[in-house]
Design a protein around this ligand. Structure first.
Ligand code: ZN
Length: 205
């Protein structure tokens, strides 16, 4: 199996279909030369066909609230609900003080890219999140697109420590899981729609 796995999660109401993994080769233009080691590395799914069967763990820090932690949100074929909920809570809309269930595939992308980084660099890294869930009001206040996936709990903004935003965007794009936006200091990723890539000038999605 490759790509991002299917999710059937009753409580979340989220159903995902498997996504075919694309290579990084077609995205070579995005990958700065200095980071070619990472960009040229085999994805963890290519290196290990049972990649998605292992425990899925993400290490993450919310830049605004400074909350951080390491969460094993899936193991032995099922969600670890308290860890999953804790992850969703970490991505709250801090203006409205409201959290919702985040599409698990958003976390799968974080898990897979962290594992990819570890495979290439032999050291651990973490995500720095700048935005995940947004209420419609907050979304409007920050100038988000009216059709933003943040409102639906299907998007995140942030970066992966130790990786340039350009390389990180290329890594995310290779999963073809949805939209990827490359901005000056962060990357936006969302899931559950047709793959799309844009650079920062477009209104924040
Ligand atoms: Zn965004």
């Amino acid at each position: 199996m490759s790509g991002v796995p299917t999710h059937e999660h009753a409580r979340c109401g989220v159903q995902r279909r498997g996504i075919v993994l694309g290579g990084l080769a077609s995205l070579a233009g995005l990958v700065p030369r200095r980071s070619m080691a990472l960009g040229g590395a085999r994805t963890p799914m290519e290196a290990d066909p049972s990649f998605w069967s292992q425990p899925r763990v993400v290490k993450v820090r919310n830049v605004d609230t400074r909350q951080q932690g390491e969460f094993v949100y899936w193991r032995d074929g099922r969600y670890v609900m308290d860890e999953y909920y804790a992850l969703c809570a970490l991505g709250l809309d801090r203006h409205a003080m409201k959290a919702v269930q985040i599409a698990p595939q958003v976390f799968d992308l974080m898990f897979a890219t962290q594992a990819w980084f570890f495979g290439a660099e032999r050291k651990r890294t973490m995500h720095e999140l700048t935005s995940m869930y947004r209420t419609p009001d907050t979304n409007k206040a920050v100038g988000g697109s009216p059709r933003s996936q943040h409102i639906l709990g299907r998007a995140a903004d942030g970066r992966l420590q130790g990786v340039s935003v350009g390389v990180y965007a290329a890594m995310l794009m290779s999963f073809k899981a949805g939209g990827v936006g490359l901005y000056a200091n962060h990357v936006h990723w969302d899931v559950g729609r047709s793959p799309e890539f844009w650079r920062g000038k477009k209104k924040e999605a």
